[in-house]
Design a binder for this molecule. Sequence first.
Ligand SMILES: Cc1cc2nc3c(=O)[nH]c(=O)nc-3n(C[C@H](O)[C@H](O)[C@H](O)COP(=O)(O)O)c2cc1C
Length: 214
Amino acid sequence: MNLFRIDASILPGTSASAELADAVQAEWALAHPDAPVERRHLGTRPLPADAWTLATTAAFTPAPERTSAQLEAVALAAELVGELDRADAVLLAVPLYNYGVSQHFKAWADLVINGAGATTPVLREKPTVLVATKGGGYRPGAPREGWDHSTPYLRRVLVDMWQADLTVIERELTLAATTPGMEDLRDEAARLHGDALDSAREAGRALGKAAARV
Ligand SMILES: Cc1cc2nc3c(=O)[nH]c(=O)nc-3n(C[C@H](O)[C@H](O)[C@H](O)COP(=O)(O)O)c2cc1C
């Protein structure tokens, strides 16, 4: 039994997504106290930006002509797929950056797709929790409704491509407490923070139970 966790925050010291992922992981650990947790931090240890290109072009290069850089990238893609294959449960903490998905997470996802094949459901029925944090607000009626282009992408990949058994914990307005101009949103932000922590603990408990059944 093991949990595989990915973090993608570029600011790990103050990370709102890590706080929620920690809450998920703590509940998981109560159910599986001796189970290892394998971690990869994409924000502090990004994958090489050219790895996906190298792994992709390797497929179009006759084997004897592949460069060592291409071979390393192919091996890295296989290693990333192996991490998912070994996991009984998966936890992903991914912030919204510039209205899109973290480039570091995208580099990881592209390599996994390369290594596993685009039509392989690498997380088929695997209990998976996605924590998505955003500085602003994107709910229906918000001025920037529809500007969060990260969470829909993540759902598309995790559920539609990889067939994960997915629970999503979203926390919005994470910047309200510290950003001038967002003062009016602070009460709402505090409420959303509390709700997200409650949801994270609940998701962690469910993750522990679901992984035991797989
Ligand atoms: C470089 C940068 C870009 C960001 N871009 C956005 C953005 O486009 N929209 C938004 O709502 N929040 C944005 N944020 C805020 C983060 O989504 C928010 O702080 C979130 O809590 C980050 O997760 P973390 O605390 O785990 O690092 C950005 C933050 C940084 C550092």
